[in-house]
Ligand binder design. Structure first.
Ligand code: SF4
Length: 455
């Protein structure tokens, strides 16, 4: 077994980040027989933890060592600061995957989550999600989800953490980008045996003209069978037109996203959107004239938005009654100008917002059906997708639970191939910037073919 404990460092940094990167502490790990001993020095105190962890293999050793070290550090920081986190010491982006792993091992997931310090409300949330995924969760060999990315937006929102570009600066690339994307989509033929869902994401796909959007839909058409779940993340209301919506219907799209983020005009202006809440209402009404399921995204924690304003947005979204409502929590990443304003986030406010959304959506008949977390989330919270009964989006479940291959096309898209029922996942990614993607799409395709069929 290795005696080098460097592999613990990223895990420990994830825990430090929960409490703020300035948390000043020192950690040591040692193994005494089958006992793992972790010591944490912080604020002039030393906290020691010992746990018996019988493990036979290097993989088991590392897994338990990481788990014990994270728990020790979290407990020490919690004791020192008097603060606890809603997800405790869990820092992974897919808590539900961990729950499924426990269940697959013949154990209920709750005790492990309790051990990690996850709050009872979040343990209950995970339980509800697992129940909502019944019938949608399961490994399907050869089945895939298909993704095509449109990395352009009308303007760049100031909180944006995606690789996307303001079309006013990058419009000259659209034609060549679509040509490259068409090539990559066409090359996906034969790389799967059945398609479970298709998803055109962004960016803002509706920033394309109707003629440009048609090119994407025509490229996908030979791969997407009739009746397949098919989402287009149309996006911001300022680019909605009847012509584009009619095009989606003609190509068999079943689900569209109208993404308000907030129904508060002051917030929309502050985050760099060039539309109002009235535009959202108009776009929603327009989408409702077609037979699509509709998803609305909201974000908790947008700068300057009060708890009351966020709750009003939840109320309005519920009144509109889309099939899906996704409640995101603001995620701060490098590249988002709001990073500089991190200190302005009011963590308690975020928790109230999340609690309100859960209560309101539950009362309105929505069930949580998927969730994921990111680093640097306000309040160390989560993003949760809610659905009316029978309206959960299979694509979101497939991607988050990693139960199917994902064929992803476009800039920064990462395709995933599952081996051994997901025990091993291999990836093939594409360049992040648009000109490099256009120039190297041949290589991107070759890598993907190598991954999915050995060349
Ligand atoms: S619409 Fe979405 S993808 Fe586009 S800039 Fe705003 S947050 Fe980023």
């Amino acid at each position: 077994m290795t005696t080098d404990t460097q592999f613990l460092f990223p895990e420990l940094m994830d825990v430090v980040r929960l409490f703020g990167e300035d948390a000043d502490c020192a950690h040591t790990f040692r193994r005494e027989g089958d006992r793992f001993v972790n010591e944490v020095r912080v604020g002039g105190h030393t906290y020691a933890f010992a746990e018996v962890c019988p493990c036979e293999t290097e993989i088991e050793f590392k897994r338990y060592a990481k788990r014990c070290a994270k728990l020790a550090l979290y407990e020490a920081l919690r004791a020192e600061t008097g603060r606890s986190m809603p997800w405790g010491a869990l820092t992974g982006i897919r808590p539900t995957k961990l729950a499924y792993a426990e269940l697959a091992g013949g154990r209920p997931f709750e005790p492990l989550f309790e051990k990690f310090g996850v709050c009872p409300e979040n343990i209950a949330l995970v339980g509800r999600i697992l129940r909502a995924q019944q019938g949608l969760y399961g490994f399907e060999p050869g089945a895939a989800d298909l993704y095509a990315g449109i990395p352009f937006c009308p303007t760049r929102c100031n909180y944006c953490s995606f690789i996307t570009a303001d079309i006013r600066r990058t419009g000259q690339y659209v034609g060549d980008y679509l040509t490259a994307l068409e090539r990559e989509i066409a090359a996906c033929a034969g790389l799967f045996s059945s398609l479970r869902s298709a998803y055109v994401g962004g960016g803002t796909p509706f920033v394309l003209s109707a003629a440009e959007l048609r090119r994407v839909l025509e490229a996908l058409a030979p791969l997407v069978p009739a009746g397949c779940e098919y989402t287009v993340e149309a996006g911001r209301p300022d680019v909605f037109t009847d012509e584009k919506l009619a095009l989606l219907e003609a190509f068999g799209v079943t689900r569209v996203c109208v993404n308000p983020q907030s129904f508060c005009d002051k917030t929309l202006a502050r985050i760099g959107r060039e539309h109002t809440a009235a535009d959202i209402e108009r776009a929603f009404a327009m989408a409702r004239r077609y037979p699509f399921d509709v998803n609305c995204d909201l974000i908790a924690g947008l700068t300057g938005e009060s708890v009351e304003e966020f709750c009003q947005s939840v109320d309005r979204a519920v009144e509109l009654s889309p099939e899906n409502i996704t409640v995101h929590t603001l995620c701060l990443k490098k590249g988002a100008r709001l990073k500089e304003e991190e200190s302005r986030l009011h963590v308690e406010g975020i928790r109230e917002m999340i609690a309100y959304s859960r209560e309101k959506l539950t009362a309105a008949g929505y069930e949580p059906y998927y969730l994921y977390r990111q680093k640097y989330m306000a309040g160390n919270a989560e993003n949760t997708g809610w659905a009316k009964p029978g309206k959960a989006c299979a694509y979101n479940v497939g991607v988050m639970e990693e139960i199917r291959d994902n064929l992803a096309c476009g800039t920064n898209a990462v395709s995933k191939k599952l081996f051994a029922r997901g025990a091993r996942i291999e990836r093939a990614g594409a360049p992040k910037d648009i000109p490099t993607y256009i120039a190297s799409v041949g290589t991107v395709i070759a890598r993907k073919r190598e991954l999915f069929c050995g060349g």
